[in-house]
Design a protein around this ligand. Sequence first.
Ligand code: GLN
Length: 203
Amino acid sequence: MLSVPVIGVLALQGGVREHLDALAKSGAESRSVKTLEQLVGVDALVIPGGESSTIEKLARNSEMLEPLREAIKGHMPIFGSCAGMILLADRVVGAIEGQESIGGLDITVERNAFGRQMQSFESGIAIAGIRDPQRDFDGVFIRAPWVLEAGTGCEVIARITSGPHEGRIVGVRNDTILATSFHPELTADYRVHEMFVDMVRKL
Ligand code: GLN
């Protein structure tokens, strides 16, 4: 039981600062992680939004791709938002040539799934397992993926509740990995980060 867990945010590219702030407001000590040494010093990790193929390339160049896979196999809790979700997916539709994922989560995601007119939008989402689950979460989507299929070991926790994409899966988790298509770090609602901090505390 870690009362104030140390949670890193992979800081190779993408929206790092907002996750650091949201984690700090959710009861964790947060730090950016740019190197293998820094990865070893945290209890859990967030992979932020950004560009999944760029984050993957930078992780490979800094020799962190395999250590990240090992950390996931060793049950380090990980939360990926948007590009982070893509990187955690075992299967990716629409990956660019040569793009690999880190993997670990038994899902198939489709990159940039919401289409060209929907580069960026907000939508109400129902999320299971957060505080006040009956209160919709304001989901911010930026060139977001969706989950085409989630394997049996993976719980679907969030779907879009209205509009043309109603019912689409946008949040999943298993015991140690949490992933969202949207960016909870961009709203002042910390319920998703709190859920992740709870997952880390329960280790
Ligand atoms: N479209 C981006 C990708 O494929 C993800 C966008 C985001 O993280 N906001 O990596």
